[in-house]
Write a protein that binds this ligand. Structure first.
Ligand code: TRP
Length: 338
């Protein structure tokens, strides 16, 4: 039965606990899709090392953090396998094989990698591992023969490279061992940071975390960027670039009420305080059960460890099978010797 379901592979680098940007960007999709698909969520600890080589301890610690976030938002280990990347050695081998099928120039054209290099100011100091992470990600995706990959918008160039590798592999070795996949991007665009910057991110320090306390949520909403020209309640206000409305769009289920609030805000006569109060309530309601489940899990690390172990073990066979097929297609399985 299980085998019939299309396969989803998705994942995160464990470099910090997850925030609302992750929630909107992929966690929500994963929770919704886990019923109809066979889902693997990869904790990409090896990929995390590509820009954290000096800090492996941080990566290890965050394997637990991220898993607790997954479980707390409703990723159900009975439906989804939570998988630790570094324990699947076959993926590393696939990466070595694929790295001969992609050019440096091709990876250099990847806009997300380009931007990350610039953001980190790496230039020629760029670690080789970091540069090649799109290829290692192709190994992740293809190892599972995933049909769908729920990711944020910024990951689309990775999917593109992955599918190119698949086509190249199948053509060069005249087979159809590898499967192309399709990205699943969220309907809501990316979530801005509380400061109004285009993206919510840990490194920009503008995130609301899934483990936030009530107080932290309150504080974040209080500081939140609205419309700097909206000085008095009776002034007309701007919706565009207004973070409070962006979050209401993303999290308030009552679409009609939000439309009315927006109209009133634009006409004038609606203060930021009222809109913020509504958002505060919406966020408290969203995060309260997540926080509660998370703090329960924090007291039971054994359970978290068991989930990771079971999920990883269940993935082992799938991945080994793919590597075996890949080697057979290439004729490097040395049947005459082993
Ligand atoms: N690159 C992804 C990120 O930074 C994480 C990731 C690693 C991933 N392997 C993957 C996502 C495979 C989807 C599929 O968020």
């Amino acid at each position: 039965m299980e085998k019939q379901k299309p396969i989803i592979l998705t994942g995160d680098r464990p470099t910090g606990s997850l925030h609302l940007g992750h929630y909107v960007g992929s966690l929500k999709n994963r929770v919704e899709m886990q019923n109809d698909y066979k889902q693997f969520v990869l904790i990409a600890d090896m990929q995390a090392l590509t820009d954290n080589a000096e800090n492996p301890g941080k990566v290890c610690d965050n394997v637990f953090e991220v898993t607790m976030d997954y479980l707390a938002v409703g990723i159900d280990p009975r439906k989804t396998n939570i998988v630790l990347q570094s324990k699947l050695h076959d993926i590393a081998e696939l990466f070595m094989i694929y790295s001969n099928l992609v050019s440096v120039a091709r990876v250099e054209r990847n806009p997300t990698v380009k931007q990350e290099i610039k953001q980190k100011g790496l230039e020629r100091e760029l670690p080789l591992g970091f540069f090649s992470y799109p290829v290692s990600q192709a190994a992740d995706i293809t190892a599972f023969k995933a049909s769908f990959v729920p990711v944020g918008q910024d990951q689309l160039p990775m999917i593109e490279i992955s599918n190119e590798i698949v086509r190249r592999f199948n053509r060069v070795y005249n087979c159809d061992v590898l499967k192309e996949c399709q990205a699943v991007v969220p309907k809501v665009g990316r979530l801005p940071g509380v400061d109004g910057k285009a993206k919510m991110s840990k490194s920009l320090g503008n995130a609301i975390y899934l483990k936030s306390t009530e107080k932290e949520i309150e504080q974040a909403v209080k500081m939140m960027f609205t419309d700097p020209t909206h000085l008095r309640v009776e002034d007309p206000g701007n919706i565009e670039g207004n973070v409070v409305f962006a979050y209401l769009d993303a999290f308030d289920p009552d679409v009609k009420a939000i439309e009315e609030l927006k109209a009133q805000y634009q006409r004038g006569g609606l203060g930021d305080g009222v809109v913020k109060k509504r958002l505060r309530e919406v966020l408290q309601e969203l995060i309260a059960p997540i926080r509660a489940e998370r703090s329960r899990l924090e007291k039971d690390r054994g359970e978290v460890a068991r989930v990771i172990r079971a999920g990883t073990e269940a993935a082992q066979e799938t991945v080994a099978e793919t590597l075996q097929e890949v080697k057979a297609a290439m004729g490097i399985d040395y049947k005459a010797i082993w």
